[in-house]
Design a protein around this ligand. Sequence first.
Ligand SMILES: Cc1cc2nc3c(=O)[nH]c(=O)nc-3n(C[C@H](O)[C@H](O)[C@H](O)COP(=O)(O)OP(=O)(O)OC[C@H]3O[C@@H](n4cnc5c(N)ncnc54)[C@H](O)[C@@H]3O)c2cc1C
Length: 383
Amino acid sequence: MPIDFELSAEQKELQELARRFARDVMAPRAAAADRSGEFPEDVYREAWKLGLMNLNVATEYGGSGLGELDQCLITEELAAACGGMTTSISANCLALQPINIAGTSDQKERFLKPFCSDYHLASFALTEPGGGSDVAGMKTTIRREGDEYVVNGEKVFITNAPHASLYTLFATLDPALRHKGVTALVVPRNTPGITPGKDEDKMGHRASSTSSLTFENVRVPVANRLGAEGEGFKIAMNTLDSTRTPIGALATGIARAALDHAAKYSLQRTSFGKPIAEHQAIAIKLADMAQKVDAARLLVWRSAWLADQGKPVPLESSIAKCFASDIAMEVCNEAIQVFGGYGYMREYPVEKLLRDAKLTQIYEGSNEIQRLVIAKELLKRVA
Ligand SMILES: Cc1cc2nc3c(=O)[nH]c(=O)nc-3n(C[C@H](O)[C@H](O)[C@H](O)COP(=O)(O)OP(=O)(O)OC[C@H]3O[C@@H](n4cnc5c(N)ncnc54)[C@H](O)[C@@H]3O)c2cc1C
């Protein structure tokens, strides 16, 4: 298929739907939710009603069955209004993807369908207190007893954990087995022995909820296991391969918003008798910011397009996520500079964007880990 940057009529409609929702529902609430740290669940319910959640669930289970490029178009629009709300809205795609990847048709019927017939949140529970990057080093254990597994351990930094009705949990048969012991389970929230921790007080993405999850002798039916014992590491990595590109889109949305704010401000603010946009130092800053946003979007679209062709994208999704999140930090930083002292004030939108951008360099695989993946893939290709 030739390269074609034209979006289909359906994609333009989706983009417009997301843009309107972001502008009319999310943006007016973003600053207040950032300040208070409230969890604006009514916004998330509204997103669900409009079909802006669970984008990756197949139509046969009641979902919209959208492709990765469609997801990225929606995510960029939402993130331009509020990174935190977008993290909470898209956390369902992350949590449900292991079921898409490794679930049997019975498991998909049981676990995916309820998300499409009613509003629910799900969480992806992988990271542990001892380290998120070294996934194979996890300590949360599962022990088989008859038709059940008994889970003990703790997860941290889990998006939407206290509000979710379902967790996709990764735990190990034995920590000494490293990646070969990791096993994926679907765990309903109401299973006895699960305790979500307090909501973390975060630097950014404050409209999103993040907390620990403790599992104390939690009994999960073997029928809730995704794939075989020991396949959980592969399932987690395949999941992150497909959700990394939308994180690039999320970062691109934040950067785009910073550029828009800075460009508008530069036309209104005057110094030395003219709009600051007419000072070349500011115009050049804006031009550099625009190039970075464009490049990030193109890398995101390339990775999503390849994934939609069924191609594996470990390299391309890492490049897209890493580049987009790095430039989001640079562009937000420059936007603050364009705003001068006002940029440093909470009353203006750009300092929030910088705080929100920072997370995109850390979660779903830190950028150091992305660079390791990129180097490994690159070296494999030249060896
Ligand atoms: C707001 C928020 C929401 C999150 N949501 C979720 C969620 O829903 N589910 C979930 O499972 N997790 C979630 N996470 C966890 C996130 O994915 C981890 O924080 C991330 O993977 C990094 O793990 P860590 O914090 O343990 O850092 P560590 O792994 O301890 O790393 C610390 C630093 O060392 C670097 N480092 C580590 N190993 C290497 C190496 N081999 N080479 C070079 N550098 C290295 C890292 O890049 C980082 O800079 C969330 C985190 C945050 C902050």
